[in-house]
Design a binder for this molecule. Structure first.
Ligand code: R5P
Length: 300
């Protein structure tokens, strides 16, 4: 299998290739003076299985289009299969038409990827609040792998929480809290969250309900898939402080970190925030390369 990284995931592609005992496939990506992208693949891909790694963060539209150009070129050059490895699948959160006329972006993205010859998909901790499973969005085989075991081990070995409880800041995050808790040999729980978004606005306000979860005198480790604005975790951390929690840590897969998110979360009393390299960031300490490589191994 040839592993190729788009410009969003050059470093991650190198790490994944290394895990598989090979060099990453050579690709040239430049920009023409007018802003268009120039793509050239310097590998013989005819009859080969190719894994194309491209995470869709910060400038997702640019990276989506670049993915489409590369995949279409691979198909045209005769690649036997194209596995789209999309560590952070942008647009997954818009999986419902909340107001009439809104784009169902998660479905549209899936159609675009399929249209250029992608034969299967691997994502990492994909956010599919209402659908629950990435294979329900794509018509081609789609697999989700999780970074939560790696994050749990990192927390155990490096954060070393005392009397830990692992908490998902909302209902969907309970699954991730459960996986992290196993590594810490701790209990886990989940809060409930309401997001209030007014019609015509893209920003929303978050209201967290801690229910009867007891965090008094315990170290809390939050586990979540994405930190976007940090509003969810800041609210959840403040709620824990009010209930008498000791130290608060956060582990998350995708540090999207929009809009001063780190500052916002730290100001709420969080001691350390750890993320992965699905999105390069100042907190991307844990690499998802091993879980991606393991998933690719089962296909080659
Ligand atoms: C949503 O349900 C996700 O799991 C995250 O909790 C959410 O996307 C984080 O967004 P923000 O950081 O803007 O609150």
């Amino acid at each position: 299998m040839i592993v190729i990284g788009g410009s969003a995931s050059t470093n991650l592609a190198e790490k994944v290739a290394k895990q598989l005992g090979q060099e990453p496939g050579r690709i040239e990506i430049k920009r023409f003076p007018d802003g268009e992208k120039y793509i050239r693949i310097h590998e013989e891909v005819k009859g080969q299985d190719v894994a194309l790694i491209q995470s869709l963060y910060r400038t997702p539209d640019e990276y989506v289009f670049e993915y489409l150009l590369i995949a279409d070129t691979l198909r045209d050059m005769g690649a036997a299969s194209i596995t789209g490895v999309i560590p952070y699948l942008a647009y997954a959160r818009q999986d419902s038409r909340f107001y009439p006329g809104e784009a169902l972006s998660s479905v549209s993205i899936a159609r675009f990827f399929e249209a250029v010859g992608t034969t299967s998909i691997i994502t990492v901790d994909c956010h599919l609040h209402r659908l629950g499973d990435v294979s329900k969005v794509f018509k081609i085989p789609a697999q989700n792998v999780s970074a939560m075991t790696l994050l749990g081990r990192y927390a155990r070995d490096n954060l070393r929480p005392k009397r830990p409880i692992v908490v998902g800041p909302d209902e969907e995050a309970e699954q991730w809290a459960g996986t992290v808790a196993k590594e810490l040999d701790a209990k886990h729980a989940a809060f409930t969250k309401k997001r209030i978004r007014k019609e015509g606005e893209t920003k929303s306000r978050v209201v967290i309900d801690t229910g009867n979860v007891d965090v008094k005198d315990q170290d809390v480790v939050f586990a979540d898939d994405i930190i976007s604005t940090g509003g969810t975790l800041a609210e959840a951390a403040r709620a824990c402080k009010r209930k008498g929690a000791k130290r608060i840590f956060v582990v998350c897969t995708h540090p999207a970190l929009a809009d001063g998110a780190l500052k916002r979360i730290k100001a709420a009393g969080v001691s350390r925030i750890v993320g992965t390299d699905t999105i390069p960031s100042p907190i991307s300490t844990v690499s998802v390369a091993p879980v991606i490589a393991a998933a690719l191994k089962t296909r080659s």
